[in-house]
Ligand binder design. Structure first.
Ligand SMILES: [Zn+2]
Length: 131
């Protein structure tokens, strides 16, 4: 599979500093850690090793991965395994995808109070669907 021309890490490296200046105060520590990990993933900042082919002598530098659970590069294999594991849990019946949205003012509040607002949202949606 070819490498995408533009990756999340490229965007973070280019605009991450500016984003942090504008929104850093509202970012959680976990969000800042994930963003930094993705920016540094598979760069010289994390170290690496030189691998060489025994046959032709071709060398390549392989940088260490960040292993952050939010990194799209590191988690693509884990994601594929997770999806495959979930396929075994599916019931033999039709499924429906239902989307619930909230007004912008509540979305802004939810951004700062994720656990509380999501719990309220999930309880309200469950009551709506299962009544
Ligand atoms: Zn990574």
């Amino acid at each position: 599979m070819d490498r995408p021309k533009l990756e999340v890490a490229d965007i973070f490296r280019r605009y991450g500093g500016e984003y942090r200046e504008k929104h850093g105060a509202s970012m959680s520590a976990a969000e800042r850690r994930a963003m930094s990990a993705i920016e540094l993933c598979r760069t010289s900042a994390l170290g690496g090793q030189i691998e060489q082919c025994d046959q032709c002598g071709h060398r390549c530098i392989c940088y260490q991965s960040c292993r952050n659970r939010h990194c799209p590069k590191c988690q693509s294999l884990a994601r594929a395994k997770w999806i495959e594991d979930r396929r075994h849990e599916l019931l033999n019946c039709e499924y429906y995808h239902v989307v619930f949205t909230v007004p912008d003012k509540i979305a802004a509040l939810a951004y700062q109070n994720k656990e509380v607002v999501y719990n309220i949202l999930f309880q309200a949606t469950a009551e709506t669907v299962f009544v």
